[in-house]
Design a protein around this ligand. Structure first.
Ligand code: DHB
Ligand code: FE
Length: 279
């Protein structure tokens, strides 16, 4: 049987990817951030997941204002790093797991979540920066990755509640897959940040730390938070945090917190990171 063993959350700031690609991780500005991921790299080296369900958002790289699925699943064999204006990041291609992805699509759609099926797409910093933070710079990513894209860039995004329920549907899908796989679910993006308008640069430490705490210990309650509260408290791009609830919904009600890290700033963003294990 396939089983979900653990969940990871992390921010996906593109400048973090550039710092890794350009060999700047030990610079004064960046070193404290990367220190927060040292434990994580050791941990994932021991865990050796077979597949990651990587919940992320596309930033108009594969999708666009012309076509924006609310929830999409990458069912293809491979996904290439997207060119976001500076050429594709020099990171390995992402290898999917079409068999598990097809099973998840079947199961989750039959549970009334209408996922868009994507056989071909490029993946942007929303997906590749979390992989770089957790795995460093290997010649090939050490496991398969199924991209699960959530729209948080074109209004209206799905509610936190809906994302939490999607996580539960993913859990049932993985549990019913006939194959011995160690599966992790990652929720990415966030934490507080606003990249535009008069409030650009907004950071809210109190909100972020409360969110980290509630994600671990009160996910039901947290899932009720309305959009307007994310926008007001965490900024317009803080809405990316709804993706963390997909991860949390896929885990047990009670989890073991292995690691927590919070760092301000990375570029314009508050970086938050959690590692949670199912018991
Ligand atoms: C930044 C953060 C993001 O989440 C993003 O998608 C782009 C930029 C930033 O802080 O620079
Ligand atoms: Fe983003």
């Amino acid at each position: 049987m396939a089983r979900i063993t653990a969940g990871v959350t992390t921010s996906h700031v593109p400048a973090i990817g550039a710092a890794i690609d350009l060999g700047k991780t030990q610079q004064e500005y960046w070193a404290p951030l990367f220190k927060g991921y040292e434990y994580s790299k050791r941990w994932i080296g021991e865990q050796k997941p077979d597949v990651i369900l990587l919940v992320y958002n596309d930033h108009a790289s594969a999708f666009s204002m012309e076509l924006m699925p609310t929830f999409a699943i990458g069912t293809g064999e491979k996904f290439q790093p997207a060119d976001e204006g500076w050429g594709p990041r020099p990171v390995p291609e992402v290898v999917g797991h079409p068999e598990l992805a097809a099973h998840i699509a079947q199961s989750v759609i039959q549970q009334d979540f209408d996922l868009t099926l994507v056989n071909r797409m490029d993946v942007d910093h929303g997906l590749t920066v979390p992989l770089s933070l957790m795995f460093g710079q290997p010649g090939a990513w050490p496991c398969k990755v199924i991209p699960i894209a959530v729209n948080v860039v074109l209004y209206p995004p799905p509610s936190g509640r809906r994302c939490y329920e999607l996580g539960k549907a993913l859990r049932r899908a993985v549990d019913s897959f006939d194959g011995d796989l160690n599966v992790q679910v990652w929720g990415t993006g966030g934490m507080s940040h606003q990249l535009q308008g008069p409030r650009a640069g907004l950071i809210n430490r109190e909100f972020d730390n409360d969110f980290l705490e509630r994600l671990v210990n009160d996910p039901e309650g947290l899932s009720q938070m309305p959009h307007v509260e994310y926008m007001r408290e965490a900024g317009s791009e803080g809405i990316e945090l709804v993706m963390w609830l997909v991860m949390r919904g896929a885990l047990d009600d009670k989890v073991t917190e292995k690691h927590r890290f919070y760092h301000v700033p990375a570029s314009n963003t508050a970086v938050g990171h959690l590692i949670l294990e199912n018991s």
